[in-house]
Design a protein around this ligand. Structure first.
Ligand code: 13P
Length: 287
């Protein structure tokens, strides 16, 4: 069931658990995440980066595929189709394409411009029943060409942006996209705690979910994080399972080269990873 992410994240914040955003890359990814959410009776957010949207031939293709698949698989758990780190223009493209949620990432803009554009997009998104995420501070590392320096967010700026009527807020707290370097200092819980106090009931978003130790995830949830984004980790397990299949020569046995067989171990690896995260985030049976 395609819905905005507003209600599911309000419930998550009140219930002290988090909903996973799993980024999708193609049909197999989408099917794996949807089927796992249904099996776990968990709400879920499908994240689409600009790069993944382009790869799938555009946001309209993505929206059409997700809507049709949600229907044909008989998915009854709440599913939000969400633009990840959107530019101003991409937000409008996703509004037009029929997404149910957008993220406007104005974190690299001067703060006043971030506020102004976020405000405009809040009005547009809410007029259409969509949810909207904004970002303050920045997420370190690189995701599909979006590069961040990883500055921690200022709680006062978080409060100002939360008051614009957004539905959930991404605030940099030392998190990084991609694999964490060995000398990573960990999440900055003092910053998270101050942001949480400043924004009150606003659900907070933790980007860069790949590789954060379980105990830090649990602590972040206890301090008000209600949405956790995972992308790289699913890519890594997909690649490893596919490599294993080919290195074992299975693509050369019988009809093992059939893409439906070749990609099956990778798809299963995504499902297992998504399930593991849903259990860790506490969203199982919260649909
Ligand atoms: P990872 O690729 O580090 O899991 O980050 C995902 C993310 O934050 C998407 O916005």
């Amino acid at each position: 069931m395609l819905v905005s992410a507003s209600e599911m994240l309000k419930k998550a914040k009140e219930g002290h658990y988090a909903v996973g955003q799993f980024n999708i890359n193609n049909l197999e990814w989408t099917k794996a995440v949807l089927q796992t959410a249904q099996e776990c009776n968990s709400p879920v957010i499908l994240g689409v980066s600009a790069g993944a949207g382009k790869y799938m031939t555009g946001y309209k293709t993505v929206a059409a595929m997700v809507k049709a698949m949600d229907e044909s698989l008989g998915i009854t758990v709440p599913v939000a189709l969400h633009l990840d780190h959107g530019t101003y223009d991409d937000c409008y493209k996703c509004i037009e394409a029929g997404f149910t949620s957008i993220m406007f990432d104005g974190s690299h803009l001067p703060f006043e411009e971030n506020v102004e554009k976020t405000k405009e997009l809040v009005a547009k998104a809410h007029e259409l029943g969509m949810s909207i995420e904004a970002e303050v501070g920045s997420i370190g590392g690189e995701e599909d060409g979006v590069i961040g320096m990883g500055e921690c967010a200022d709680p006062a700026e978080c409060k100002s942006v939360a008051e614009l009527g957004i539905d959930f807020l991404a605030a940099g707290i030392g998190n990084i996209h991609g694999v964490y370097p060995a000398n990573w200092a960990g999440l900055q819980f003092d910053v998270l705690s101050n942001i949480s106090d400043a924004v009150g009931a606003m659900p907070l978003v933790l980007h860069g979910g790949t590789g954060i130790p379980d105990e830090q995830i649990t602590r972040a949830i206890s301090l008000g994080v209600s949405k956790i984004n995972v992308n790289t980790e699913c890519q890594l397990v997909f690649a490893a399972a596919t490599r294993e299949y080919i290195e074992a020569g299975k693509d050369q046995q019988g009809k093992g080269f059939d893409p439906r067989k070749l990609l099956a171990p990778g798809v299963q690896a995504i499902k297992d990873k998504v399930k593991e995260k849903m259990i860790l985030f506490g969203s199982v049976d919260k649909a």
